[in-house]
Design a protein around this ligand. Sequence first.
Ligand code: PLP
Length: 265
Amino acid sequence: MTQPAVLVIAATDSSGGAGLTRDVRVLADFGVDALCAVTAVTAQSDARVVGVHHVPPDIVRAQIAAALETRPVGAVKIGMLGDRATVEAVADGLSGGAGAIGGAGIAAPIVVDPVLVSTSGGILLDAPGRAALLQRLIPLATLVTPNVPEVAALLGEAVATDESGLIAQGRRLLEFGCRGILLKGGHASGEEAVDLLVTSHGSVQRITSRRVSGSSRGTGCALASGIAAALALGVPLLEACRAAKGYVLEKMLTPEGIGAPTSSP
Ligand code: PLP
């Protein structure tokens, strides 16, 4: 039987720590095939983003159309997009809007990792791109996976200082039309790493794990890819989030880890 497949819409990272190569490795670990649409080529080391080449929007749209015409996908994972034109090309390609080649959009679950800034501090989605992400892509998403600073940045608000403030921000992001928000607490402090799954049904689920000291590059990419892989395998959303978090923790505890360890979270 053919393995389920995930369409990964993401950028390359020349260091190999994050981005498309990370995503594909995670999908392979979950036993899921990868189809891909490359949004940007980044020149980066673990310490800095040296340059970003944005793939022309018509090529982004064409990659999505060609991937979807190749075989059915069980889920879509969206990572780094870079700028507004790319966000719009991806939204068009997935929704069957202007510029989409055939079809009226896909029914598979869509996981959006809102990649805004690299761990090294480089801007990976500019301000017009962030606005387009809210207006065009978040409404199509099954799940959006911001960390604590990302949810605040997307809403243009101050970073939440407690859990109730964070959940309130998750609910405000839900108003843009997605079905769930996974608020990642891995960068916060405390003995446990707590993620909060806030859904449009009004529920809030806590997903806890032990906290691993320091941080590694590529964990956000790995988590979102793991969730997309599990969804493609037919796992329900909460269990998919749990499975992916367990996978990331396990990887962080192995000697090779995920990406390069970074001293500043
Ligand atoms: N570079 C690319 C191409 C990415 O897709 C991502 C995350 O998705 C990053 C960098 C950010 O990763 P990190 O925060 O681990 O630097």
